[in-house]
Design a protein. Structure first.
Length: 96
C-alpha cells in the first residue's frame, strides 16, 4: 500500500522537483508522470478484473458440479428400488 502524503511532504517534493528539473521543464515532466500513473492504474484495474473473472469462473464451475450432482442423485429412483426390494421380500415371506 502506498504511504499517505501530507501537505508538508507534498510541498517538499514540489520544491525539490522545481529545483532539480527547473521551472521550464516541470510541466512536461508532470505530464509524463501523470501518464505513467494513468498507465499503472489501468494495469492494476486490468489485473484486478482478471482475478475477479477467475473467481467468477470458479464459482460457476462449482455451481455446475452441484447441479450435475443433483441431476445424478435421483431420489425417486432410489425409493422405487427400495420399494421393489421390500415388495420382493414380502412376496418371498408370503410364499414360504
Amino acid at each position: 500500500m502506498l504511504p499517505q502524503l501530507g501537505i508538508t511532504e507534498f510541498l517538499l517534493i514540489a520544491i525539490v522537483a522545481l529545483v532539480v528539473v527547473g521551472p521550464r521543464d516541470l510541466p512536461g515532466m508532470l505530464r509524463k508522470v501523470g501518464g505513467w500513473v494513468a498507465k499503472a492504474r489501468g494495469m492494476a484495474r486490468e489485473f484486478q478484473g482478471a482475478f475477479e473473472d477467475m473467481g467468477h469462473e470458479v464459482e460457476l464451475d462449482e455451481l455446475r458440479k452441484e447441479i450435475e450432482a443433483i441431476k445424478n442423485a435421483n431420489p425417486i429412483a432410489e425409493i422405487a428400488e427400495d420399494l421393489k426390494k421390500t415388495e420382493d421380500e414380502v412376496r418371498d415371506d408370503a410364499a414360504s
